[in-house]
Write a protein that binds this ligand. Structure first.
Ligand code: SF4
Length: 366
């Protein structure tokens, strides 16, 4: 059985023509049912002929990831543990915010791989190792699950406003499926997310960055977390294989739209990367890049090798960057009471005896 959630519109069109002899417009109708009306049963597709619906049901299915558990924080942050077809577990997080009129809107943090090969030392997912890449259907299935949970059925006024690929995995190491997912998200007859509502977060993968830049399908966030190569090698050993100066040089010529800026993520780890000297190095590093900086406050958790920064150090760090004309946003972790950093829920499931409580790069802590 072919899971239609895993086909782009051109693929669905080609498949329906070849397998069912259906015209192009029929695929567009089915596509709209799957992505906008969130149908999971061909029977409800009322503008599709009965014969076609029967044949679809014989040869295809519409399968979303299954919710294993849902945890909701006091601040509204909601975390899903999801089961994929082959039994793999991934996480996805919904983060609330209120718009100018006080209406609640949501950002979803999406996973792109089962586990992660990058091994960042502050990240629970990184400690699990890599299992496999996720498919386009699995990435976008997270969006369908969230929209269903939010009862978000009005494409003209969506509650789910932004999607960030900052969950489990390094998205640029799953480039093929990521591009299929972004293309499908951009489709006006599908989920209809414009590139400015999509962000891909990476710790810096040379080849992937150039492909993403050429496509312009999403905004870019880069997880720095260290202002110099030596420290980066210590806390993000695999990411640091691409030297920091080369990463920054590449970012200086990264293609950006008129109002677009690169977001740098910097997690403040107590007495590791949070001194004024580090702030000076950081200002020097990113000062010439068209970007803004998210400073993320780390909260120490059981079993973590890292500690939180003192409030005075955080404020001094932030102030120094402002004094060097760097746009800084200081962010506190959300969903702390539910361990909302990526990998934590899955880690808890995998090993009740040895719980991870480490923080991920920028994942779920915006
Ligand atoms: S922080 Fe991101 S890139 Fe690093 S190990 Fe975790 S998931 Fe992978």
């Amino acid at each position: 059985m072919r899971n239609l959630v895993n086909l782009t519109l051109p693929e669905l069109t080609a498949w329906m023509q070849a397998e069912l002899g259906e015209p192009v417009f029929r695929a567009a109708q089915v596509w709209q049912w799957i992505w906008q009306k969130m149908a999971r049963d061909f029977e409800v597709m009322s503008n599709v002929s009965k014969t076609c619906r029967v044949r679809l049901a014989e040869s295809a299915c519409i399968v979303w990831p299954q919710i294993v558990s849902t945890e909701q924080s006091r601040d509204g942050t909601t975390k899903f543990l999801l089961l994929l077809d082959d039994g793999a577990l991934i996480e996805s997080v919904l983060i609330p915010s209120d718009d100018r009129k006080g209406k609640r809107r949501w950002t979803q943090c999406l996973s792109s791989q089962v586990g992660c090969a990058m091994g960042c030392t502050f990240c629970a997912t990184g400690q699990m190792g890599f299992e496999r890449n996720m498919t386009m259907g699995e990435m976008l299935g997270q969006v369908l699950v969230a929209r269903d949970w939010l009862d978000d059925t009005r494409p003209d006024r969506p509650l789910l406003r932004n999607l960030v690929f900052m969950g489990m995995g390094e998205p640029l190491l799953n480039m093929r499926e990521l591009l299929r997912a972004l293309t499908s998200l951009n489709d006006g007859k599908g989920l209809n997310f414009s590139p400015r509502r999509l962000t891909v977060s990476t710790c810096g993968i040379e080849k992937g960055l150039s492909v993403l830049g050429q496509n312009g399908l999403a905004y870019l966030a880069v997880s720095l977390h260290a202002p110099n190569q030596r420290l980066r090698e210590r806390i993000m050993p695999k990411a640091a294989r691409w030297p920091l100066d080369k990463l920054i040089t590449t970012l200086k010529s990264y293609p950006l739209k008129t109002r677009e800026r690169i977001t740098f993520e910097y997690l403040l780890l107590g007495d590791v990367n949070d001194s004024l000297e580090h702030a000076r190095e950081l200002a020097h590093l990113v000062g010439d890049v068209k970007g803004k900086l998210n400073l993320i406050v780390y909260n120490q958790t059981t079993g973590s090798p890292y500690a939180a920064s003192d409030t005075e150090r955080i404020l001094a760090f932030e102030q120094y960057l402002w004094s060097r004309h760097i746009t800084v946003v200081l962010r506190k972790s959300k969903g702390q009471d539910i361990n909302a950093a990526c990998g934590q829920l899955k880690a808890d499931r995998r090993s009740q005896a040895a719980k991870f409580s480490r923080r991920s790069c920028s994942h779920f802590i915006k």
